[in-house]
Design a protein around this ligand. Structure first.
Ligand code: ADP
Ligand code: MG
Length: 241
């Protein structure tokens, strides 16, 4: 599904991602963890080219994303959902309209877009909040609208960049529950950047630990957290114990 090969990205003198290679199989949920600044966001953002890599190739379903001209990139981006830390909903639009907006702008007829948006809101448990505006919803509900916005495209791959990081602790759970459901049904392949250890431990098929732009450890949660070989892995292990 996804094959990242020898990815390298530098900002000025700073090496953000250093020769990173990673494969993600169809249906898999891979959790990417590591200390702040280790290159997680940069890595995940190169996948839909929000960040242009300096070197390396990224294959998505056999297509080399790094080589695509803009029009073909737009088509591929529709197959990849992205959920950010900040949900960036439009405050004067309702939940339904927020989810519909991108669909309509990308050419889906209004009625079909509304149908897809309703279905996506149902999947995140917000069927009764369609007509609420962001200001009338909790942070957790707003992030679920953000998730619905990505789901409405029925993406083959979903990228999550710390989707619960800006939520009050009490609201984190409802978002994790939605993510867990999506992972369980394997509706989409998921690459998730998160610091939520319990999610990583119980939901991930595979955990990838990064440090200083490189992958230092990877494997099933039981292995990575039980017998870590890396310094970072040992630190996580201590957090769990
Ligand atoms: P993480 O998501 O793991 O916290 P990032 O990928 O955001 O890490 O950042 C990796 C490193 O690259 C950090 O040192 C960060 O400051 C730097 N960085 C990220 N984006 C930029 C940018 N647009 N310009 C300059 N430096 C950046
Ligand atoms: Mg980040």
């Amino acid at each position: 599904m996804l094959s990242i090969q020898n990815l390298y990205k530098q900002f000025g003198n700073l090496i953000a991602v250093n020769d990173l290679s990673l494969e993600v199989n169809k249906g898999e949920t891979v959790v990417l963890m590591g200390p702040s600044g280790c290159g997680k966001s940069t890595t995940i953002r190169t996948i839909n080219r929000l960040v242009e890599p300096d070197r390396g190739t990224i294959y998505f379903g056999g297509i080399d994303i790094t080589a695509l001209p803009p029009d073909e990139l737009r088509a591929v981006r529709k197959r990849i959902g992205f959920v950010f830390q900040h949900f960036n909903l439009i405050s004067r639009l309702t939940a339904l309209e927020n989810v519909m907006l991108g669909l309509v702008m990308s050419g889906v007829p209004r009625e079909a877009a509304q149908e897809k948006a309703r279905e996506a809101l149902r999947k995140v448990g917000l069927e009764n909040h369609q007509h609420h505006k962001p200001g009338e919803m909790s942070g957790g509900q707003q992030q679920r609208v953000g998730i619905a916005r990505a789901l409405a495209y029925e993406p083959e791959l979903m990228l999550w960049d710390e989707p619960t990081a800006s939520l009050d602790p009490i609201l984190v759970r409802e978002v994790l529950v939605v993510m867990e459901e999506l992972a369980r049904y394997r509706a989409s392949t998921m690459l998730v950047v998160t610091h939520e250890l319990s999610f990583a431990l119980h939901v991930a098929d595979r955990i990838v630990l990064m440090d200083k732009g490189r992958i230092v450890e990877e494997g099933p949660p039981a292995k990575v957290f039980a017998n870590p070989e890396s310094h970072i892995g040992q630190q996580y292990k201590q957090l769990i114990e």
